[in-house]
Design a protein around this ligand. Structure first.
Ligand SMILES: [Fe+2]
Length: 531
């Protein structure tokens, strides 16, 4: 019989232009900025001095920095990739350059008088795709007509899925190192939106003809043996209890900000980032096999690569009924539409929410709440925290919210009432603005300003203030990026002296002293909440 399952240890990484596909590589203009200002700069620096890169990646202080992790080798391949990308992305490179030029012109010339004369000077690649506007204080900006920019510039031609067998948690930091062809990987040249991928990922549980799958993906002959080794006739072991059958609510922590909330009828999964099963499994964990047959709602808190992750989402797409996510402000380069990102990568039933909007679900509701900070003081609105009110219980998922103004939580708890459980991120010493948003800037930012405007979440004092106002019975620190399977998107390594650990320890201790159950979550955890 030619009936095969996809092995659970097969890693499936989405790539674009040979780089790991994270959300900012989908909207054409943020992608263009990252190609020019991140990828090219890193690759050019590497070919000039590969040994500096090889040294830098060994230095823990430079973790997550702009250094290619290829041991100083493969310089010619990196050169080839630069040349290939220049050809493949010619129109995107022009788009970046003309946008930046127009923005600089606007910043100099938009002094409060009518912007109409400037329309003549909009360069061809952007003509008809932008509006020039002021805010009420005469600060000029370019409003992007984002759907039209997609229509003119979005292309899925260079999307691929890299399949390989994963044997350890360690993976290189993917925002700084391109993926050059590797012997142990099979590359499926396919758009992320293609439903063939759903057929493939369903094979983790439903067997299919291996011959047909191989034909469907047009696997080249040289890779067929490797491709076939990714499949097995052995029936996978699916945990019987993955569909919750009790009367109450079950929560399961899958690592980072990924939490599954289940009742008998409904399943809700936050910020899906799921580990593969690792043979030498030091840290016990839930994996893909622990997810229920269907996920009614996937909920995204914000558009950072460790919260909106295609690698996991694509593998789950066939199980997902609806995706809930925050709306953006619209038209701003730094705040691209999550709706357009998901639509263009093949997701359906998209539910966009704004602050204080709710969705009714069986036995309760999902309430979207404000999320302050953690985005370098940029006007990025595509971020929400959420209260799940289900079976009479309330769970607040605050993600990386930075409690910049505690009065906000007075308003929030006035509205939603006391909660049962709180989940809060405490990455309180986040990276500077340019680490994530640098490629989007038209003019350089002063170093002192960059350092002062970070991607930081709440420290002890701010986190504690939420607990005090919430009257919660349980409070957990999560989303700390500590799990060993997350280093490739997070580049974080804490020690006992790290401020994040000191502050979150203080938080846990303060909670416990008040009789509130608390811990900093790590690996996995389950809670059964009785009705
Ligand atoms: Fe974040």
């Amino acid at each position: 019989m030619d009936q095969y399952y996809l092995k659970p240890t097969i890693k499936a990484e989405p790539l674009i232009w040979q780089w790991y596909a994270w959300p900012y590589l989908i909207p054409p203009l943020t992608a263009a900025c990252n190609i020019v200002e991140r990828h090219f700069k890193i690759m050019q620096s590497y070919i000039q001095n590969p040994q500096i890169h090889a040294q830098a990646v060994k230095d823990p202080k430079l973790l997550g920095g702009p250094f290619i992790d290829l041991e100083g080798k493969k310089v010619d391949e990196v050169k080839d990739l630069i040349n290939q990308t220049k050809k493949d992305c010619e129109n995107l490179i022009k788009l970046n350059d003309t946008f930046k030029e127009l923005d600089r012109t606007l910043q100099t010339e938009g002094q409060g008088d009518s912007l109409e004369p400037l329309y003549n000077r909009i360069p061809a690649p952007l003509k008809g795709l932008v509006e020039l506007v002021y805010d009420l204080n005469n600060n000029p900006s370019i409003r992007l007509i984002e759907p039209l920019i997609y229509k003119n510039y979005y292309s899925d031609r260079h999307q691929k899925i890299a399949l390989s067998n994963i044997t350890s948690d360690f993976r290189k930091f993917v925002l700084s190192t391109p993926r050059l062809n590797q012997e142990d990987e099979v590359y499926l040249v396919i758009a992320f939106s293609d439903s063939k991928l759903d057929k493939l990922f369903k094979m983790k549980e439903e067997p299919q003809s291996l011959t047909k799958i191989q034909e469907m993906f047009e696997v080249p002959e040289s890779k067929q043996r490797l491709f076939q080794s990714f499949f097995t006739t052995a029936i996978p072991s699916i945990p019987e209890d993955r569909n919750y059958q009790g009367d109450g609510v079950r929560l399961r922590y899958f690592g980072h900000a990924c939490i599954l909330v289940q009742t008998r009828s409904t399943s809700i999964l936050f910020d899906p980032v799921i580990s593969y099963p690792i043979q030498e499994n030091e840290v016990p964990r839930y994996t893909f096999a622990d997810l229920p047959d269907h996920i009614d709602y996937v909920i995204i808190t914000h558009n950072h690569q460790d919260h909106l992750m295609f690698e996991t989402l694509l593998q789950l797409r066939h199980k997902i009924r609806h995706i809930v996510f925050p709306s953006n402000q619209g038209g701003a380069l730094g705040d691209p539409s999550i709706k357009l990102i998901l639509k263009n990568t093949g997701f359906a039933s998209l539910i966009e929410l704004r602050e204080m909007e709710t969705i009714n679900i069986e036995d309760g509701e999902i309430i979207a709440l404000p999320f302050l900070g953690e985005h370098s003081d940029l006007n990025i609105q595509s971020k929400l925290s959420y209260c799940i009110h289900i079976k009479g219980k309330k769970f607040l998922f605050a993600a990386d919210s930075n409690n910049l103004d505690p009065t906000l939580y007075e308003h929030i708890f006035d509205y939603i009432g006391a909660i049962d459980m709180l989940f809060l991120g405490m990455e309180c010493d986040g990276a500077p603005l340019t680490w994530l948003y640098g490629p989007l800037l038209s003019s350089p930012l002063k170093r002192t300003q960059d350092r002062s405007r970070t991607l930081s979440g709440s420290n002890f004092e701010k986190a504690w203030s939420i607990v005090e106002k919430s009257n919660c019975k349980k409070a957990y620190v999560y989303a700390m990026g500590q799990e060993p399977w997350l280093n490739y998107v997070m580049a974080l390594k804490y020690s006992i002296d790290s401020v994040q650990i000191i502050e979150s320890n203080k938080f846990v201790q303060a909670c416990r002293e008040k009789g509130i159950e608390s811990e900093r979550l790590f690996g996995r955890k389950e809670w059964l909440i009785h009705p």
